[in-house]
Design a protein around this ligand. Sequence first.
Ligand code: PNW
Length: 470
Amino acid sequence: MFPPDFAWGAATSAFQIEGGWQADGKGPSIWDTFCHEKGNVFGDQTGDVACNSYELWEKDLECIQQLGLTHYRLSVSWARLLPDGMTQHVNQRGVQYYNRVINDLLACNVSPMVTLYHFDLPQALHDLGGWKSPEIATLFDNYAKFCFQTFGDRVKFWITINEPHICAKLGYEDGIHAPGLKEKGTTAYLVGHNMLRAHAKAWHSYNSEYRAKQKGAVSLAFNSDWFEPLDPSCSADITATEREFAFTLGWFAWPVFVTGDYPETMRFAINSQSQKLGFDGTSRLPTFSDDDPFILGTADFFALNYYTARKVKAGGGVDQTLSMKSDLDAKEVLDPSWPICGAPWLAVVPHGLRKLLRYIKDTFHNPMVYITENGFSQMGPVQIEDWERWEFYSSTISEVAKAIQEDGVNVRGYFAWSLMDNFEWADGFSVRFGLFHVDPSDAELSRTMYRSGREYARIISKYKTSGQAK
Ligand code: PNW
């Protein structure tokens, strides 16, 4: 049913669970700044305490064991390890914390997958220009090398950057994630460019300095919805769907897996819109230069975060100012037959994952794939008997099985988002993605298993190790 040694995991990220925002010498990140500013996050909630995993790591480990996970995906906080972002000043207490997490996981036979950057840039680096500055690639590379050097004897799966598309678009175009900039139609492309340069530098460092000894794998995590034309017989909707893929998944996966450069569709759309609006100057989508690291081939596996699907209709998105939306010139539509879970953007479309996996196989040269995030959110009253979420997981996992068996996609692992309810960015704690419930107003912050957690544990114990149903 599943390949033997299939990775059965769950994922979290540092800012969303750790808290301890100033503990033991940690520096502030752009998310600390962003959520301390009123009006940015639901109910002005913050990540100051979150699930307090900085102090309650043992409780997380118990959850991981109760689920029987083979793998756990976490992120390390750059500003906890290097408070001002630079390697000159190392916070040893931060190093100790992650050493303990990693060692405890290994002692319980759980393999860590570590993300270096999950939205939480050290504020000190943002103040120097952050992702907008070309220097960030070298600073990120230094940080990555520090992590490979410090933890790489034990960590065999690395994700450099989580969802560069979401980071760039929500943080620098829409302004709803930190650092809250709305510099439309320009900065997100620049930020994405520097993220690719930073990622590629770190991959090359691993490849030449650490791989032989540490024998791990390095990638970056792409997010993509499954897109299909609203009217499959309308050629404008079909090309709009191609643009959607190009502007989300292709933006980052095409350079890394196919050509070393952005999809032609994307550059063409951006440049023709610039022309139409009389924007002079060079392309808003930067070009890679000979001084840049080679981008092509800088991923050892394909890491995919999948949540939902969209139908795509041509046009409609165009306005007369520069923006990513006008460049894209497409409108996303929800199919009324798709149920919505919790958050309004989250249509439940498990079969979209199978289709997307097939698309990835065909477009990106049949890579080894890890689904590094997939989940279902709950809002409103807490439902511990969350049978809808359970149904979602069980049908999604069966779509993954079909992708493997019937479509021949090389899927090697699946990580549920998330191990526990946590700080869901601009939605604060109002949107719950956990397999364990955490109530942020409970002084103990106890973790309570949802029904879906129990069912996920059953699936895992059924398929773990042999891949065959027991
Ligand atoms: C991902 N959107 O982010 C992240 O990797 C997680 O940290 C996050 O908790 C998870 O998905 C669930 O949202 C996203 O608004 C954040 O479209 C926002 C969006 C998509 C992904």
